[in-house]
Design a protein around this ligand. Structure first.
Ligand SMILES: Cc1cc2nc3c(=O)[nH]c(=O)nc-3n(C[C@H](O)[C@H](O)[C@H](O)COP(=O)(O)O)c2cc1C
Length: 200
């Protein structure tokens, strides 16, 4: 009897600041030979160009060489991940803009990222959001609460101030590891990311 192939994890990239987190997350999944399906919003591509020193298309061209990577266009509502019948291991939205958070909290699915996230919720598969905005107003918070109550993990990219020294790369590594744990890809954080009381 042959075993079923591993289910892919969907990574949705929305147009919030923090493209570096999406890039680090997808790199980490591919390093683990985890099948990953990526969908990025139009705003995400703009922010990517602004924040990273490569275009989104150039990064995708690099990933496309990896057999575990696939991607669909944001408008492709015929993509397999638009249907609950397509088995996946869940989804991470990294980073999640407040626009995407609001749409998802209200069941609005005008693009493939939102449709795939809505499917993930309705099929009760793991959904992790890395929302990025500051400060947050009451509507942001209410939308995040709605999604938390629906079972999503809300994982803001908060620095682990207790891990010293900490730079942006350290923060990205930490948030990526937390997202991998939240979505069941890995079981626990590496030793150097765990809080150690006796080292204070
Ligand atoms: C450079 C840049 C940075 C942005 N940063 C954020 C942010 O941190 N959080 C956020 O909610 N929106 C941010 N936005 C605004 C979103 O991109 C905008 O609301 C967009 O409509 C989101 O679309 P999407 O949810 O389909 O990705 C940013 C926009 C730009 C151009």
């Amino acid at each position: 009897m042959t075993s079923a192939p591993p289910r892919p994890l969907i990574v949705g990239v929305a147009g919030a600041s923090g493209s570096i987190i999406a890039r680090g997350l997808i790199d980490a999944l591919l390093e683990r030979q985890k099948p990953v399906i990526v969908v990025a919003s139009n705003a995400a591509r703009m922010v990517w160009q602004e924040e990273l020193e490569e275009s989104y298309s150039a990064t995708v061209a690099r990933w496309t060489e990896n057999p575990h990577f696939s991607t669909y266009a944001i408008a492709d509502l015929f993509a397999p991940i638009a249907s609950g019948t397509f088995p996946t291991a869940g989804m991470i939205i990294a980073p999640a803009s407040m626009n995407t958070v609001a749409s998802l909290a209200h069941g609005l699915t005008p693009n493939l990222l939102l449709r795939a996230a809505d499917v993930t919720l309705k099929e009760r598969r793991p959904l992790t959001l890395i929302p990025r905005e500051t400060p947050l107003h009451a509507i942001h918070l209410e939308n995040l609460l709605t999604l938390s109550r629906l079972g999503a993990t809300i994982l803001p990219p908060e620095p682990p101030f207790y891990l010293k020294p900490l730079d942006i790369d350290g923060l990205v590594r930490f948030v990526v590891q937390r997202a991998l744990v939240a979505s069941g890809v890995t079981e626990g954080l590496p030793d150097d990311m765990q809080y150690r009381d006796h080292e204070r």
